[in-house]
Design a binder for this molecule. Structure first.
Ligand SMILES: [Fe+2]
Length: 242
């Protein structure tokens, strides 16, 4: 799956009117499709985003993430970031941009940095989980080339999450030279942002905020990290590589 598909259910062309699913994005930008009435879109309309659905539901990972955590995480936390992002974009009168373009802007307003990051990060997180996934031989070869071995890759990823002080994310990113690297960001920052210590294109993100694991794991973040690596949709992660 590529970015276009990833964002299919997350971004709508906003006109200040209710839109039907038939005009959900076929591209990343909030540009209306040609058949829409362009004149119906106010010039000042801001970009709005919608909460993506979770195709596998809240009960897909009983041994890894409990259903209550899934539901609260998606319907409360992610929805909250989405709502606040939309409000912040409207206040800033920002329109016509993809979420990636927004996050890569200079001098991101705090509300857009926090809530835009929250929207993007969680959308990626849900998208790269699956009840059952396996690495292709191609992807195994790639991580062996860039990290030494599959085991070293997984350990480095778990370490990035466990060593993150406080709340944040662990990432696998692709550099401009196509090489993969692992990093971590605080809060709802991500490697698309110019404030991040190391920028890159995220292909996998793991939420290490306590709201992602505390009901089942309490203070054992490391156990959550070891387990969540077993429900990664490696096909989608690989598809995100350019
Ligand atoms: Fe979260």
């Amino acid at each position: 799956m590529n970015k276009r598909k990833f964002l299919k259910n997350t971004l709508i062309a906003t006109t200040g009117m209710t839109v039907t699913p038939t005009i959900l994005l076929s591209s990343c930008k909030n540009e209306p499709k040609k058949e829409e009435n362009m004149e119906a879109t106010p010039a000042s309309a801001a970009t709005t985003f919608t909460l993506p659905e979770i195709p596998y539901g809240y009960t897909a990972f009983p041994d890894t993430i409990d259903a209550m955590t899934m539901e609260i995480h998606h319907s409360k936390h992610h929805q909250g970031y989405t709502n606040k992002l939309n409000a912040a974009l409207e206040a800033a009168n920002i329109s016509g941009k993809t979420i990636e373009e927004i996050l890569m802007m200079d001098d991101l307003p705090t509300a857009i940095r926090n809530n835009g990051g929250g929207f993007y990060n969680h959308s990626l997180y849900w998208d790269i989980l699956t009840p059952g996934g396996a690495m292709s031989d191609t992807f195994k070869a790639k991580i062996t080339e860039d990290f030494g071995s599959e085991e070293a890759f997984k350990q480095q990823l778990a370490d990035a999450g466990s060593k993150r002080f406080g709340s944040g994310w662990a990432w696998v990113c692709q550099d401009a030279d196509k090489k993969l690297h692992i990093c971590s960001t605080p809060n709802q920052d991500n490697p698309l942002m110019k404030v991040s210590e190391r920028m890159g294109t995220p292909i996998l993100g793991i939420d290490v905020w306590e709201h992602a694991y505390y009901l089942k794991y309490q203070n054992k973040r490391g156990e959550y990290l070891q387990n969540i690596i077993n429900i990664i949709n490696w096909e989608k992660v690989e598809a995100r590589m350019s």
